[in-house]
Design a protein around this ligand. Sequence first.
Ligand code: ATP
Length: 194
Amino acid sequence: MTQRIGILGGTFDPVHNGHLAIARAALDQGKLDRVLFVVAARPPHKQDADMAAAEDRYRMVELAVADEPRMLPSRVEMAREGLSYTSETLEALQTEYPGAEFFLVFGLDTLVDVPSWHRAEFVLANAHILTIPRPGDYKLDPVLDGHYTMLTFEPMAVSSTRVRETARRKEPLNGMVPDAVASHIHEQGIYGDH
Ligand code: ATP
């Protein structure tokens, strides 16, 4: 049987319950076998910026999905320095998972940009898109017709930005991130404790 693999890309700085809910919606509604959390590398020019190191972000994803057998962290973009094109990520994953069928998971706000992506044609020919609805009016290029499916998803107010702000205030992160991630952030002082 062909493996159906979802790709959820992000900086995951840090991973939060919204990401897990998106992955769950994609797995269930897209009938996927697994979802890869593809952790973005830190762009070289952001080396001193206020962004957790890729290894820390990866570790938090590992902790977040430890009890979720269908969710897996992926280093495919970390192996390359800087920003990765989605087409390159897809090519690398096609090599890693020969014969698999790929599904990109992202919001409607990102879907509108896809036609202008580097090698958009390759991306659309090699992956189907599972789209998370977003409030607002979006005009979709007809080139996208047949290449995406809109998921049902209840909006969640959580974002990585909010988690970082809460951690900096040393307030509890329960309910925003899995408990193991909350403990790790506090123990390691990942956001603002040093
Ligand atoms: P930040 O607050 O730092 O911008 P983020 O919470 O959006 O981060 P990312 O790692 O940038 O997290 O997101 C990865 C993917 O998850 C993106 O496609 C983003 O749109 C989506 N996403 C994150 N939070 C939500 C949410 N609450 N509802 C729907 N989609 C979300």
